[in-house]
Design a protein around this ligand. Structure first.
Ligand code: AMP
Length: 540
């Protein structure tokens, strides 16, 4: 028997309208590329989104058209997040840290009609111009007074476009499976692949994130997403913050420790979300100043494994850490490291151990671990294999890429994450490695993440990565590439430290000290680049 409830579509614009009516006085504080602090309430944002919707239509943008953004975290980028899908077009976020080749490929592959870009990215696009389609139009996210001289053709000024329309506009209805957002993976292997989110998946994801992150997200809270809007919906902050009445403190391009510390302090930020490399910078700044920014209570760390020492660094300051795992293909939240009420009273060591895992699944996300033959493994915390996921916020295929789509799912339709993991009996996910980053030495696997986690606890290691290098006898051997935290540390001291704590055969054959580690477009340590740099390195 069918139920008898109304079949109303889930639409991204409903978040905006709700936010305007219910949380109209909360809003966005933006540290802008022009250098000032801009404040906008969600009520003001909603009105500007309606103007934007009309302006897009005037430009000839309609349902299904891809409209790209190339921008930092700020209020205008948020307006694009709602105004573009609101009329049935697709908001395609471009990641400015990708290589020029990747960006040119992505814009063509997505068949973008317009690019909305921050002032800072005008030189980047000018350089790319010859590789981009001629008909592409550009809207610079600035007012008339700040418009730059540019060699680009077909250029518009964002504030002039908005000023030429009024805000008398009603959001149209369409099927909830209509495409709303597009984000390409950072493409560490092969060409970047597009995850095409729907209105339904984004609304469900906002609800999932809102329910799961109740500490960061609730009316009156102030959240600083260091995680960019240009990657995977800023982990859901873009939609869940207006939905819950949480104000967003947007850092613009200032993502270094001192800039973040200052913004957090002056804007009374309660929670902040970002990748481990960003938090290493903030902890260093906190160390210099001798205290955390006033009011900072929660940090969400994800996108790459958070070392236990990093988690401890924050918890010792009284800042609660949630270690989260996800993927662009999952909108992106998959698991979250919150402890149950019983677990919060466990001894500190045990709590830290649980928080160092990637946490437990979010609502509507199913996880399974399978061995090399595709057999499902028990959730016993021991059995390790490839992690597969399923849920209404997980991609069902890649955008216009049949080959990648065919390879990404198993016979039951689960998505293959490429991560190697175990799951404990109480549901804690432990990511051991990316399958391609695992080290196979003498037929046995070594988890690079385990070795990195240990090395990070050494007082002279500020950051590190463990990679596999070819070895004539063992096949592969681990090598530790580390950024020291002091002048001239002793690699032998670090080695002795690891020897005390690891089985002998897992201790890296070599320890290479470097000034900095190469990062991917999403701010994670790029092991692919490291493997290329050290491809010819001679092991001792
Ligand atoms: P992306 O789609 O660029 O966000 O990358 C997703 C990948 O990042 C995952 O498949 C993992 O390999 C890695 N990742 C994300 N979060 C974590 C985490 N908390 N711990 C370990 N790896 C992570």
């Amino acid at each position: 028997m069918r139920g008898m409830m109304m079949d109303r579509p889930l639409r991204v614009a409903d978040i905006l309208t709700y936010s305007e009516e219910i949380h109209g006085t909360a809003g966005i504080v933006s540290s802008t590329v022009e250098g000032d602090i801009h404040r906008e309430s969600y009520a003001e944002m909603a009105a500007r989104c309606r103007r934007l919707a009309k302006a897009l239509r005037t430009m000839g943008i309609g349902p299904g058209d891809r409209v790209a953004t190339l921008a930092w975290n700020g209020y205008r980028h948020m307006e694009l997040y709602f105004g573009i899908p609101g009329i049935g077009a697709v908001c395609h976020t471009l990641n400015p840290r990708m290589s020029p080749e990747q960006l040119a490929y992505i814009v063509s592959h997505a068949d973008d009609r317009v690019v909305f870009l921050d002032l800072t990215f005008v030189p980047l696009v000018e350089k790319l111009r010859s590789r981009l389609p001629d008909r592409l139009r550009y809207v610079i996210l600035a007012d008339a007074a700040s418009m730059p001289r540019t060699s680009l053709a077909n250029v518009h000024c964002y504030e002039e476009l908005l000023a030429s329309e009024d805000d008398d506009f009603g959001w149209p209805d369409f099927d909830e499976d209509t495409a709303a957002g597009l984000c390409y993976t950072s493409g560490t292997t092969g060409v970047p692949k597009g995850a095409l989110y729907t209105h339904r998946s984004l609304v469900l994801h906002s609800l999932i994130v809102g329910v799961s992150m109740q500490n960061s997200l609730r009316a009156g809270r102030r959240l600083l997403p260091v995680v960019p809007l240009f990657h995977a919906n800023a982990w859901g902050a873009a939609h869940a913050a207006p939905l819950t009445g949480t104000s967003l403190i947007m850092p613009g391009p200032g993502l270094d420790g001192p800039s973040l510390w200052n913004l957090m302090e002056t804007e009374k930020v309660f929670a902040a979300w970002g990748v481990p490399t960003v938090w290493l910078g903030l902890l260093e700044e906190i160390g210099k100043r001798g205290r955390k920014p006033a009011g900072l209570e929660e940090v969400v760390i994800g996108g790459a494994a958070a070392a236990t020492s990093l988690i401890k660094g924050f918890e010792d300051l009284g800042v609660s850490v949630c270690h989260a795992w996800g993927m662009t293909e999952m909108s992106p939240i998959g698991t979250l490291g919150f402890l149950s009420p019983e677990q919060t009273s466990l001894p500190a060591r045990e709590r830290l151990r649980l928080k160092s895992t990637q946490g437990r699944r979010a609502f509507m996300i199913d996880l399974k671990v399978v061995d090399g033959e595709g057999r499902r493994q028990p959730n016993d915390g021991e059995a390790t294999g490839e992690l597969f996921v399923r849920g209404p916020t997980v991609v069902s295929a890649y955008f216009n890429n049949e080959e990648a789509s065919a390879a990404a799912f198993d016979g039951e339709g689960w998505f293959s994450t490429g991560d190697v993991a175990s799951i404990s009996s109480d549901g804690f996910l432990n990511i051991r490695d990316r399958s391609k980053d695992l080290i196979k030495s003498g037929g046995e696997w070594i988890s690079s993440l385990d070795v990195e986690n240990l090395a990070m606890a050494h007082p002279h290691v500020a950051n590190c990565a463990v990679i596999a290098l070819p070895h004539p006898k063992w096949g592969e051997r681990p090598v530790l590439v580390a950024v020291p935290s002091v002048d001239r540390p002793e690699p032998d001291g670090i080695r002795a430290y690891l020897e005390e704590r690891l089985p002998k055969w897992q201790v890296p054959d070599d320890i290479i000290l470097v000034e900095e580690l190469p990062l991917t477009a999403t701010g994670k340590v790029s092991k692919l680049t490291l493997r290329q740099i050290y491809a010819d390195h001679k092991l001792p």
